[in-house]
Every structure is written in C-alpha cells, then in structure tokens.
Design a protein around this ligand. Structure first.
Ligand SMILES: Nc1ncnc2c1ncn2[C@@H]1O[C@H](COP(=O)(O)OP(=O)(O)OP(=O)(O)O)[C@@H](O)[C@H]1O
Ligand SMILES: [Mg+2]
Length: 255
C-alpha cells in the first residue's frame, strides 16, 4: 500500500528538503519503491538537493492540468523517482495548489512511499500538503521559535486527521541554550525519532548536489538519516551513531 508522507515544519530552513532527499535516498537503498515530490511551489529546491537537471515537465504543469504526474517524474540514477517543481515565476501563474490531493491520489497503488517536501509557513500551500497526505514527519530545530511553529504543524495535522509519524530534530549544535529531546517531546506530544547534528558535511553534500547518504554513506549523519528511514518504514536497522574521532575532525578541517 502506498504511504503518502508529508515532511513539514512550520518554520523555514529547518531542513525539510534535506530530510526529504535523504529519507527518499535511504528508503530507496532499503529496497522500497519511493517517489519524492517538491510541493514547495513558491521556493522549490528539492531538485538542487538531488542534482536533477532542468526538466521539461514539473509539478506545476501537473497542477495546471497540462501534464500527467508520470510525465513530470525524473528517475534519479539511484532509482529514486523525483517530481521536481518549476523554478520560474511564470510557473506560479494559474497553478492550483488545491489540486495536489488529486495529483497524489494518481500516484497511489504502485510505489511504497510518496514523500512530499512541503513549503515553509502555515499558508494554504503547506496546509494543502498536510491535508493531502496520510502521515506527516515534523522537522524542527532545537529552539523555542522552531518548536512553537512545529506545534502549529502538529495541530494542523491532527485537525486534518493526518497521522503524526514523529519528530526529527535537525541542526542540533549541543549548545546549552537548546531544548533537549524530553522538552521537545513534551511540547509537541510526539516522539522524537532522531536528532541530527549540525554538520558541515550536510552543506558540502548540498554543494555537490547529492543527498548526504550518497555523498558520505558511512558518516554518522548519514546513519541518522538511515535511522529515520528505517523507523518510518518499520525496518530493523541499527544505525552506527559513533561520531568521527578528534583526529578525523582535524584532518577534515585541514582538507
Ligand atoms: N544537519 C544539518 N547540518 C548543517 N546544515 C544543514 C543541516 N540540515 C540542513 N542544513 C542546511 O540548512 C539549509 C536549509 O536546509 P533545507 O533547505 O533542507 O531547509 P528547508 O526546511 O527545506 O528550507 P525551506 O523552508 O526554505 O524549504 C541548507 O543549506 C542545508 O544544507
Ligand atoms: Mg525546503
């Protein structure tokens, strides 16, 4: 059965697209048939994270009724299927975000997962994405503004009847001012699936247009993304969360 999973956050820049691309890549590595779809219609960038070249048809064309979803699907060399969004301002003209639900229903049946990368904010664009999905994975950063916005996302999902799969706490630095896992769980009322540290390798992966799990598959940050994928898919996988040692850190810095 196809599971429609929205990756949402409320606050912008928490790492939704990073989580979507890595979750999609990891789920594909685990042997599932997965599609990732860029539902950030105003500021799409899932294509950059996955190195997708400009593509003739996009989600915008599908929402306008000018193309079928299968005509806007790019097959990444990893096997992951990607539905990018259009990058030009003109793409926004006559686009009907409310058609997203029908578009997602057109994907149901064949793949195991359709991951929906949502826009920031809690406007109609992101609410549509949550309402059109069966489940939502909430991405937050460990600070009060991000968690407060995540709570609004949780509330919207619960009102829409969309199951909250859990929370990914991304960009954790370990600074004492940050909220810890227990505080975030008690504020949001849902389990933290994984904490992902702030790490320069994630920026490096974006610069080479690869998900972290392809760029440096054995890195502990990649392992954390694989851990999220295993949890979402209900697979038995023990991620290796050991961080690089002191000397490796120094060598990486010098490179
Ligand atoms: N764990 C991390 N460590 C370091 N940098 C990160 C991490 N996660 C994400 N980033 C960086 O933060 C930036 C924002 O990430 P991303 O685009 O995934 O956020 P987003 O929530 O999708 O943003 P938007 O709300 O604009 O769609 C990117 O430059 C990304 O490389
Ligand atoms: Mg994004």
């Amino acid at each position: 059965m196809t599971r429609l999973v929205c990756v949402s956050s409320g606050k912008g820049g928490t790492g939704k697209t990073t989580v979507t691309s890595n979750l999609g890549a990891a789920l594909t590595q685990f042997g599932t048939d997965t599609i990732v779809l860029d539902a950030n219609l105003t500021n799409p960038n899932l294509g950059f994270h996955l190195g997708i070249p400009l593509y003739p048809n996009t989600l915008h064309d599908v929402l306008k009724g000018n193309a079928h979803i299968t005509e806007a699907m790019y097959i990444h060399n990893s096997g992951l299927r990607v539905v990018p969004a259009g990058l030009s301002i003109e793409d926004l003209v006559d686009t009907s975000p409310e058609n997203l639900s029908d578009v997602l229903l057109d994907t149901v049946g064949e793949p195991d997962f359709v991951l929906v990368d949502s826009a920031a904010g809690l406007g109609s664009e992101s609410i549509n994405a949550i309402e059109a999905s069966d489940e939502v994975l909430v991405v937050t950063n460990p600070n009060l503004p991000a968690v407060t916005d995540a709570l609004k996302t949780v509330n919207i999902a619960e009102e829409a009847g969309t199951d909250v799969l859990g929370i990914v706490v991304n960009r954790k630095t370990g600074h004492e001012s940050e909220l810890d896992e227990d505080e975030i769980e008690s504020m949001l009322g849902h389990e933290v699936i994984m904490e992902v540290p702030e790490h320069e390798k994630v920026q490096e992966a974006l610069a080479v247009k690869k998900p972290m799990v392809h760029h440096d598959p054995n890195h502990h940050v990649s392992e954390r993304f694989k851990g999220v994928a295993a949890e979402v898919a209900g697979l038995d996988y023990e991620p290796d969360l050991r961080e690089e040692g002191f000397f490796t850190k120094i060598v990486n810095k010098l490179r």
